[in-house]
Structure formats: C-alpha cells, structure tokens
Design a protein around this ligand. Structure first.
Ligand SMILES: [Zn+2]
Length: 249
C-alpha cells in the first residue's frame, strides 16, 4: 500500500473507532421467564388502562382503586436483567428505568429491553444486575402530568433507549408486552449467564446523570460496586421543553 493510502486508511479506522457506538458487553444472568411489572407475577390488583396500539407502543397499568390510589406502589423487573438506564428523562417520560434481558428462544439467545416509565421513585442504578421480580421503583405521575400509572414497554430494537421519537412511529420495534410475557413465562437456561451488548443507544446531554447520593444509590448499596461514571450534563444543552419528545405515553 502506498504511504498516502496507508495514512488515509489509518485515519478512517481511527475516525470509525471514535464515532462508532462502543458496543461494550457485560455478563448478565439469562432470564428464566418473565412476569408482569405490577402486582407480580400476574398484575393482580391492576388493570390495563391503555393497551398496545398505534401509536402507543406499550401498556399502561393502573391500580383497581382508580385515580392515584396506586401512587407509590411497587414496580418490579419482569425478569433477570441488567440496568442500562435509571434516570429522570424529563419531557413526557419522567423517571425511567431500562433493563436489558437475554433469554433462550428456539435454542439461541435473544435480547430485549424492558422500560418502566413515569416512576415516582427509582430504586435501582445503572449497571446493576437484577433478579426477576426485584423492585425497580414505584408508580408515579411524572410531576403531576398524568394520573399515576406505569407506562411499560418491551423493545425488540436495542437502539431506542429514551429516543423513541427518532424511530419509526409504528409498532415494528416493539413487542406487545402482554403477549410477550404470557408466551415467555417459563424459559430454559435458568442459572446460566451470557454476554449482552451495552451502550447501544445515546443518552443526550439534556439528561442529567443520576445524583451520586440518590435514594437509588443508597437502596442499591448492598452491592459494593463503583458508581457508573458519566460526564455531567452541560447546562447549555439542557432542554427545558419537556414536551419536545411529545407522547403519547
Ligand atoms: Zn403509556
């Protein structure tokens, strides 16, 4: 290769390494089945106030008591998994937890993300390993924007994160949660662990990192793991319009 092309090739390689998603991997426990995120395992005491339909790529759960009777009620992770996001995403989302799950499907490993939105409190932190049925937070109203409910999604596409509006405004990237759960209650592979990819979606500068002394960090303090290091949000880029990524939620 002529030297000039060598340098061009080297530059392209380095530029690619800088620009490309990091695609890190982390080991997590394989999910041996999935349950509903409220009234575990079967959503006892809850009703689905809004279903999976275009364009609402998730399911909303409310307590049978109606109104805000479910405010502060526990929200549970649907299966073993790894927390990739646990912050206040503001806008229409509020406090959000995203969990990545890997599980056996037709003899090979598949991966999905579960999303728990509008939480009143977040009780887990990014980088935490979760066990099926572990509490991730409590049902909230997103600062009074809604009657208290859980907005819950299961994503096929691992690149969505909290940038839902950047993806097709249809249901192609999502599983119908109730159907997915009922068809994946009991799965092989229990006790195993496997690698899952991380850093597959962007967390914009507008979203502040979780406070170091948050209740989430305290409640998760059982595990002595170093907190995830995330650069501070730039105030200059902070989006004050919380409706920018407008719903429906
Ligand atoms: Zn919703």
């Amino acid at each position: 290769m002529r030297p000039r092309y060598y340098w061009i090739a080297l530059f392209c390689l380095l530029a690619g390494l800088v620009a490309a998603p990091q695609g890190d991997q982390v080991r997590t426990r394989v999910a041996e089945g999935f349950d509903q995120p409220v009234g575990k395992p079967d959503a006892d005491g809850y009703y689905m106030s809004r279903g999976f339909a275009s364009y609402h790529p998730g399911e909303d759960w409310n307590g049978l008591g109606g109104g805000n009777s479910d405010l502060g009620a526990p929200v549970y992770v649907i299966g073993n998994g790894y927390v990739t996001f646990a912050r206040d995403a503001r806008m229409g989302w509020g406090n959000v937890v995203l969990v990545r799950h890997t599980f056996m499907e037709n003899g090979s490993l598949a991966t999905v993300d579960s999303m728990y939105a509008h939480l009143d409190r977040i009780l887990v932190r990014e980088g935490q390993q979760l066990t099926r049925g572990q509490q991730v937070g409590t049902i909230g109203t997103n600062r009074g924007m809604y009657v208290a409910h859980l907005h819950f999604e299961i994503r096929k596409n691992l690149h969505i994160g909290i940038n839902r509006s950047a993806f097709a405004r249809d249901l192609t990237n999502y599983w119908r949660p109730g159907t997915f759960i009922s068809s994946h209650r009991k799965l092989p592979g229990g006790g195993r662990s496997a690698m899952v990819v991380t850093n597959t979606y962007r967390i914009g500068d507008s979203i502040a990192p979780p406070p170091a002394d948050s209740s989430a960090a305290k409640s998760a303090a059982g595990e002595k793991t170093a907190p995830v290091k995330i650069p501070a949000a730039s105030p200059r880029n902070f989006r004050v319009n919380r409706f920018e990524d407008v719903g429906p939620y």
